[in-house]
Design a protein around this ligand. Structure first.
Ligand code: ATP
Ligand code: MG
Length: 553
């Protein structure tokens, strides 16, 4: 997989490491915490880690960072595996941080024996107070000078379940005056009497992420441990753990900038809130920036990969216009998706001079941009549906679609002319009466006269009913960071009109469409057959992306 053409400083570090002989191989890992579904930001990290290992013939592990039993769940483990595979990657090793709990415990004991860790009885609040601030040094805990023997015994008692949650912690003994707050005796183990999805009731003490992560990396022989920029200040502690725990393998932590997208939220906490409070119909709602949501919406792994590779790798967090992602989705579907016609807001048209009861079959190309896809047959008869918005009784200037007395081309069929408008008692237009000209059949080379508009249609007697779900951005224009401002939360920016459900018709050849089949509906956009709501006799299409955008790359 080639991502050489965009800037990637991590790639340069690896090349350097290999050239100077600092390393002779590459091992990366993708380390999600199984506390939610993966989103497009995670996909950035997946692609980065797997692509780099691929390029240098290395290995990539999928490792679940499951050190916090409170928030983690097997449902998330399974969805993460599915999403990584769907994105097109296959991990070398599959690991759980919780498989290393015994090893981590032993390393913590080693620290105690070296006089580099101690059991502290201060409460969480006191620890916070004692920690100091960016401008003030911290204060040493009165329990800091416990003897090694005492610490060993207390830590063993912690493991044996002799204390309640929060009663004691194990802390690294480094430097309460360090300018880096992360080095002011960070907590490395805490008590939590909580069952774990993998280890059950075996443990009631759990290692903290900052302590566990470097050990996990080192155990697996990871060479380049790629993480996001907020861990930069943790790097000294990461190295301290690798060093002082006497890990054989020495992974190197490298930080890069997170990506965010406009008009959405990306933190798992917020995504979870949207799911739990029912703003969306699940983690895989097509409005979500989750991998499963984008999949349901009709995005392809190819489009997502191209988009993320094209972004390159930066040192700072950055927000990318969602329209750029949409651009790559259109580019990918352009050649793949069959063209078809669908009516989202139907208006019945009767062609009065067409023989009653007669149905003819017309040829239509499946994809003009990819002629190899061949042709399909579509029926035409006296009754068809057109789009409500393709008719106006009193049109403005330059309206080239149907209006009384005007003639348009029906895509793949004939010219029709609007002769009469039928209304209901309230004055709504409910039907049009038109005439057609048999001379004007598509593909016959008719040149007699021209019309300015071409509209789409579906033959009425054989049309298949279909539900169309149209999506707008989930979050209205507002920075995620405005959260704290004026008591507003991101929920205040949830778009109340982000989903519109409409019932229309599609061509009869669509009746066997399967979940995840993708189509380009002429003049509407790309749609994906929804896997959740589609049944044997109810077709549901999700709008993937509209056809046009003002966005320029
Ligand atoms: P969130 O803030 O969404 O909860 P997280 O960092 O807590 O994300 P993890 O499960 O720990 O989620 O993430 C797994 C990996 O994905 C980490 O290496 C993390 O740095 C990376 N990652 C998460 N979000 C992004 C993002 N927006 N851009 C790039 N990488 C990301
Ligand atoms: Mg995290």
């Amino acid at each position: 997989m080639d991502n050489n053409n965009v800037s990637n400083f991590i790639r340069n570090i690896i090349i350097d490491d290999l050239e100077t002989g600092k390393r002779d191989h590459v091992v990366t890992r993708f380390p999600p915490e199984p506390n939610g579904y993966l989103h497009i930001g995670h996909a950035k990290s997946i692609i980065l880690n797997f692509d780099l290992a691929d390029e240098f013939k290395g290995r990539t592990n999928l490792r679940f960072d499951d050190t916090n039993p409170l928030k983690e769940d097997i449902e998330f483990v399974n969805s993460i595996k599915e999403d990584v595979k769907w994105l097109g990657y296959d991990w070398d090793g599959l690991f759980f941080a919780s498989d290393y709990f015994e090893e981590m415990y032993n390393r913590a004991v080693l620290l105690i024996k070296k006089g580099l860790a101690y059991v502290d009885d201060l409460s969480a609040d006191e620890i916070r107070e004692y920690r100091g601030t960016l401008t003030e040094p911290g204060k040493e805990s009165p329990y800091r000078d416990r003897t090694i023997e005492e610490n060993l015994e207390l830590f063993e008692n912690m493991r044996a379940g002799k204390y309640g949650n929060g009663e004691k912690v194990l802390r690294a003994k480094i430097d309460m005056k360090s300018p880096n707050i992360n080095l002011r005796d960070p907590v490395i183990y805490r008590i939590s009497h909580t069952a774990h999805h993998n280890t059950g009731d075996k443990w009631c003490i759990y290692p903290l992420y900052a302590f566990a992560h470097p050990i996990e990396d080192a155990i697996e022989g990871v060479t380049h441990s790629i993480c996001t920029i907020e861990f930069e200040d943790q790097r000294p502690f990461y190295n301290w753990v690798v060093e002082q725990c006497e890990m054989e393998s020495k992974p190197q932590q490298i930080e890069f900038g997170r990506i965010n997208l406009t008009n959405t939220v990306m933190s798992k906490r917020k995504l979870k809130q949207l799911v739990e409070e029912g703003h969306v119909d699940g983690w895989d709602d097509p409005r979500m920036p989750t991998i499963s949501g984008l999949r349901r919406k009709g995005y392809t792994p190819e489009a997502i990969r191209t988009f993320l590779r094209e972004l390159g790798v930066a040192k700072n967090n950055g927000t990318v216009d969602t329209q750029m992602l949409e651009h790559f989705v259109r580019e990918d579907l352009k050649l793949k998706a069959p063209r078809t016609m669908g009516i989202i807001n139907p208006l019945k048209v009767v062609i009065t001079n067409y023989p009653e009861g007669h149905v003819e079959m017309l040829d239509a190309e499946i994809n003009p941009e990819n002629p190899e896809m061949g042709t399909r047959q579509i029926p035409f008869s006296r009754e068809i549906y057109i789009e409500q918005e393709d008719f106006m009784e009193n049109p403005p200037k330059k309206y080239f679609r149907l209006f009384p007395g005007n003639e348009v081309r029906l895509k793949h069929a004939y010219f029709i002319k609007c002769e009469e408008v039928i209304k209901d008692e309230e004055g709504n237009v409910v039907e049009l009466r038109c005439t057609y000209d048999p001379e004007t059949k598509s593909g016959t080379g008719f040149t007699g006269r021209k019309v300015k508009g071409t509209i789409h249609w579906v033959e009425a007697t054989q049309a298949v009913p279909a539900e169309f779900r149209l999506y707008e951005p989930l979050i209205l224009d507002a920075e995620e960071n405005e959260d704290e401002e004026e008591d507003k939360t991101f929920l205040d920016y949830v778009n109340p009109n982000s989903l519109e459900v409409l019932n229309g018709f599609v061509e009869p050849n669509m009746k066997d469409a399967k979940p995840h089949d993708k189509f380009q509906f002429f003049r509407h956009g790309y749609f994906n057959v929804d896997p959740k709501h589609t049944t044997e006799d109810h077709l549901v299409f999700n709008l993937t992306v509209s056809l046009k955008s003002s966005f320029k790359l």
